[in-house]
Design a protein around this ligand. Structure first.
Ligand code: ATP
Ligand code: MG
Length: 131
């Protein structure tokens, strides 16, 4: 998911270029805006964390782009491509190093397991076109 700060700052195109250049195939994509309920559900694992309110405020602050990506070893390779959660700690050339504003507004989300990729893909795309 390309998060609200990156959409607002005009980075959709550059980020998709990097995703393609790294060998990912885009299987489905949508631009939409999360409701508070959506954001709370999407990040439910972080419900008890002190930053949860800030995270929900931020994730609902503007449109996002959600996509399903395909590649061998996709989860691990995508997390390498996006870089560390905190952009100050992200490696050179990663999407967060290049485009994130802060640890909260960090430009992009990547699923952390194949199971969560399936759940998160269904969150955005079940009931839409097949992928
Ligand atoms: P994501 O799940 O969005 O790909 P991540 O797996 O790198 O990010 P998580 O620990 O899952 O990191 O945190 C989810 C999101 O919550 C982060 O991407 C960031 O937007 C926000 N977040 C994490 N830690 C903080 C913090 N200390 N302060 C504010 N926001 C935070
Ligand atoms: Mg995460």
């Amino acid at each position: 998911m390309i998060k609200p700060d990156a959409v607002e700052n005009g980075h959709i195109g550059a980020i998709l270029e990097k995703i393609n250049a790294a060998g990912f195939k885009i299987k489905a994509m949508v631009m939409t805006q999360l409701s508070r309920n959506d954001a709370q559900e999407f990040y439910a694992v972080h419900r008890e964390r002190p930053f949860f309110g800030e995270l929900v405020d931020y994730m609902t602050s503007g449109p996002i782009v959600a996509a399903i990506l395909e590649k061998d070893n996709a989860v691990e390779d995508f997390r390498k491509l996006i870089g560390a959660t905190n952009p100050e700690e992200a490696a050179e050339g990663t999407i967060r190093k290049l485009y994130a504003q802060s640890i909260a507004a960090n430009a992009i989300h990547g699923s952390d397991s194949d199971d969560n990729a399936r759940i998160e893909g269904d969150f955005f795309f079940s009931g839409r076109a097949r992928y």
